[in-house]
Write a protein that binds this ligand. Structure first.
Ligand code: DGY
Length: 416
């Protein structure tokens, strides 16, 4: 096992290798462009040794903001033959080329974290962040429930979670045709979504293209519209951090406070008494997912504490089941797969958010346990995309930027 100093050096070298000037690719080949929430977490890693570079990572993401306020999940700054689906499939009609959907809005929280290092750069991001946050409310809560619904599993960042299966099952894939995936050339197919999932992902992209990525049409008519407890918690925290940034800059926080109140109230809609956890639900049918996921532990991160005791009890039950915390899906469920992407593996950035929320809300012992677990996973499995919860082996892509960033800013012992 590498010692901690070596791991710190390795983490830095991963960021430097994956650096493309103003943005950092999540990992070479598999994800060869800028990804939205990857960049946000990666900025925390850069901030440990190159503060200017941390700010540029975020600023350049906003160079791709749409006139609607949406900040896309992928920005295609260059061509890359190793990735599918590229800009020709998305047909987003924007410059720079991008995907047509967004990703969990962690940026405001990261900007607040970095603000003391450069208050002027933080202040310059307030307006674009505010526009993006407003976009979530108007475009992804069209039914005014006080929850954020995703229009595509990729928008959640947790692509093949079992939560999305029921809503995906009914999709018409008859127009998808043939295509060649690139991800399974680069990563073991047993660690990636199935072809049937991919067909459905592409059918949803086609729906967006057919509707010219019109927010109104997608927000109301999209064939997939599932309220996501992770995005809602992430946005709740991001709104609180945006309000703090506005306050520090003498700006009116009234509209943001109103949005926070809506989300905080709406969050209880995620509570599924049958499972005893916060669960996703289909916006149109109101039916909840029938199992807990790592997102079920994110309410404290959003400042929601109504079911804190039950949440910690659930974490304790999971901890009895797997050696490492926190699996992306309930390890007691038949659908749990410890190596397949978001159906079991552990993700360092999700652990970071869960631990941060638990520490904020007085469960510091569990927060520390999750940090130690993340540290041990990286020491065991390397700087992988994600990790097997039972043996700690790396799953998915290798030399992953956000895992390196999490080591540098949080999980590595020296950062404790
Ligand atoms: C992929 O290509 O698998 C990504 O998760 C999409 O963002």
């Amino acid at each position: 096992m590498d010692n901690e100093r070596d791991l710190g050096l390795k983490a830095r070298s991963i960021l430097l290798d994956n650096d493309r000037g103003d943005y950092t690719v999540p990992t070479a080949d598999l994800y060869p462009f800028q990804w939205n929430w990857d960049s946000a977490f990666v900025a925390l890693g850069w901030a440990e040794f190159d503060n200017d570079r941390a700010w540029r990572e975020i600023e350049v993401l906003f160079d791709a903001q749409w006139p609607s306020g949406m900040v896309p999940h992928i920005v295609f700054w260059t061509d890359a033959a190793t990735y599918f689906p590229g800009p020709d499939v998305w047909q987003a009609g924007q410059s720079p080329a991008s995907s047509g959907i967004s990703q969990p809005p962690v940026v405001a929280t990261i900007v607040r974290h970095l603000a003391s290092t450069d208050p002027e750069r933080a202040a310059a991001l307030i307006k674009p962040l505010d526009q993006w946050h407003q976009w979530w409310h108007s475009a992804r809560d069209a039914y005014d429930l006080g929850v954020i619904a995703i229009a595509h599993p990729w928008e959640s960042g947790r692509d093949n979670l079992p939560d999305w299966d029921p809503a995906l099952a009914g999709l018409d894939t008859s127009r998808v045709g043939t295509y060649q995936r690139r991800d399974t050339d680069l990563v073991d197919a047993g660690m990636r979504p199935h072809k049937a999932d991919y067909d459905r992902y592409l059918a949803l992209v086609q729906f967006g293209v057919d509707n010219r990525w019109d927010d109104e049409l997608i927000g109301r008519n999209n064939p997939f519209l599932v309220a996501d407890p992770a995005i809602s918690a992430v946005l709740l925290r991001a709104e609180r951090d945006l309000a703090a940034l506005m306050h520090d800059n003498g700006l009116d926080t009234g509209p943001v406070e109103a949005r926070i109140a809506r989300l905080a109230e709406g969050y209880e809609r995620f509570w599924n008494p049958d499972v005893g956890a916060y669960c996703a639900f289909d916006v149109r049918s109101g039916v909840h997912a029938d199992a807990a996921t790592s997102a079920s532990f994110l309410a404290p991160y959003g400042g929601v504490t109504n079911h804190l005791d039950e949440t910690v009890d659930l974490l304790r039950a999971w901890a009895e089941k797997t050696r490492f915390l926190v699996p992306s899906f309930d390890p007691r469920d038949d659908r749990y797969e410890p190596d397949r992407y978001w159906r079991g593996p552990i993700w360092a950035v999700v652990n970071y958010m869960i631990a941060t929320g638990l520490a904020d809300q007085g469960a510091g012992d569990w927060a520390e346990r999750i940090r130690i677990s993340t540290r041990d996973l990286i020491a065991t499995g390397g700087f992988a995309e994600s990790f097997n919860p039972e043996v700690g082996s790396g799953t998915g892509g290798k030399s992953f930027s956000w895992t390196a960033a999490m080591w540098l800013s949080w999980a590595g012992a020296n950062a404790a």
